[in-house]
Design a protein. Structure first.
Length: 118
């Protein structure tokens, strides 16, 4: 929901549905697209951290630990909750698998659209 959240709360826009697989706790009355009969419509915003190839594992571990602490801190938690965001930390392996799945998923969408790079 991100930047839309404040506009929904201020009644500037009316949400029809969320594109996630489940309702968003910040907006429990907004149904999912699937609940409204739109199958296979799940799109989400996600964030990740990358480091250059060859970065020592200790540095990667520290980056992950510090980012997790910051995101779970009260200030960022309040901001993310207000925006309807969800924080789900995962392992490097899980994140790599997720990225591979996203590439495959969106490559299929681009191919089906017929879009071409100019």
């Amino acid at each position: 929901l991100g930047s839309s959240a404040q506009h929904i709360r201020n009644n500037r826009i009316v949400p029809l549905a969320v594109a996630s697989d489940k309702r968003v706790p910040a907006f429990p009355n907004v149904p999912t697209a699937k609940e409204l009969g739109v199958p296979n419509y799940e799109v989400s915003t996600w964030y990740g951290l990358w480091a250059p190839k060859g970065t020592p594992q200790d540095a990667i571990n520290r980056m992950r630990e510090e980012a997790t602490k910051a995101i779970q801190g009260e200030e960022l938690k309040r901001i993310w909750d207000a925006a309807g965001a969800d924080f789900s930390p995962n392992t490097q392996a899980d994140f790599a698998k997720f990225i591979a799945e996203e590439i495959k998923r969106w490559a299929a969408v681009v191919k089906a659209s017929g879009a071409k790079l100019d």
